[in-house]
Write a protein that binds this ligand. Sequence first.
Ligand code: AMP
Ligand code: ZN
Length: 473
Amino acid sequence: MNTMQLYNSLTHKKEPFVTHEPGKVSLYTCGPTVYHFAHIGNLRSYIMEDVLEKALRWEGYDVLRVMNITDVGHLSSDADTGEDKMLKGAQREHKTVMEIAQYYTDAFFADCAKLNIKTPDVVQPATGMIDSYITVITKLMETGYAYFAGGNVYFDTSKLKKYYVFNDHDAEDLQSGVREGVEEDENKRNKNDFVLWFTKSKFEDQALKWDSPWGVGYPGWHIECSCISMKYCGEYLDLHCGGIDNAFPHHTNEIAQSESYLGHEWCPQWFHVHHLNTNDGKMSKSKGEFLTVSLLEEKGYDPMVYRLFCLQSHYRKALTFSWENLDNAAAAYEKLVKRIAALSQEGTVEEEAAATYKEKFQAALDNDLNTSLAVTALYDVLKAEVNDATKRALIASFDTVLGLELLEHAAALAEKETAPAAGGDPAVEALIQARAEAKAAKNWAEADRIRDELKAQGIELIDTKEGTTWKRV
Ligand code: AMP
Ligand code: ZN
């Protein structure tokens, strides 16, 4: 254990991964804003975070992974202005905000299941934590880190020793990048101050609101992640994940609130996944080309092809989506599955030889989660001078991290190749029917005779609760 090197956005370098408690990892992931389907860009982040979690488990860590669901508070600008994203979704579809939240939360986890992304140990909707926000904001008010102005509660960034924790840009640069086209809020004492609790802005339209010491209103976006993380992972979080666009202002503000509240460092390691781009830049929900998993399926792609496409690149490099690149991944996936399907079941695992390949695989993971090298390690196994049982065992082991469902797909392919085409052989079907009738009449001798007759033709019957199927052997 403890051999993994990960790039840490906070220190801008690769470092040995360490945890607060040896052997245990608390891992927090910013979840989706559930006003629309997740696009495959969002899902790139979740795939890479899933591989990270699985790699940590594979290396023996006991992992607790927590994710929020943003169902309140995220305005259309990542700063505190513009429309409420949830409200916008509800108006678009003539539904209530809670209906929209439920629908797109379910859709998100359905997409995750298709991509073999494990559901985190804890999934917490932001609307379920109002009391915690009030507790934290009350303390921030008492300790002078927050102030009340124009009906809202703001975090006072001038109280911090350092605000820009991720970027070395000067403040002006960041300012213009983030706030372009966004009107200034005159209640703020400092440009980067952000809302902890709204009672005023967009108040008239707001569907969900709660009582608070500062008036009826709703929480700002950032406070949810600080409170949800602290509730489930305690005062010391080991690792925080998210897409790179969330580093500023969202994660920067999470750190500001959490550390001011706790009075000590909160999370020392930050893992940011870079963007999936189209030819026009970052794939985003507000832009034209909005690709979903369902759309890939409609076009005939297995979701595993998209997973492989993502794994073939490093998470810290922007990845450009194109159909041609996806076709290349589809061809690679098909070839991989075919080669695995051709492996026999015979032999016993050659443990010593297997260990060498495992080391190579682990070295890829430990090298800042180099998934493309980890995929190469799979090909090395297929080419290796070891028996098929060893190859199968290694592929099974590696795939608990890569999550490409390789053995399952290979088994399905092998079955397809041996099974008859649908509605295939009327003579066989007639005999199966006759055997079912014999069994119903308790004529066991006749039922066995039919089974033997089919066996002699190279057909094996498989009795299941749903009925009898068969395959050629
Ligand atoms: P959202 O649903 O907008 O809150 O975003 C969910 C996650 O997807 C966050 O971690 C974002 O940082 C991430 N994300 C958004 N756009 C992209 C993209 N084009 N590529 C990769 N990750 C993204
Ligand atoms: Zn977050």
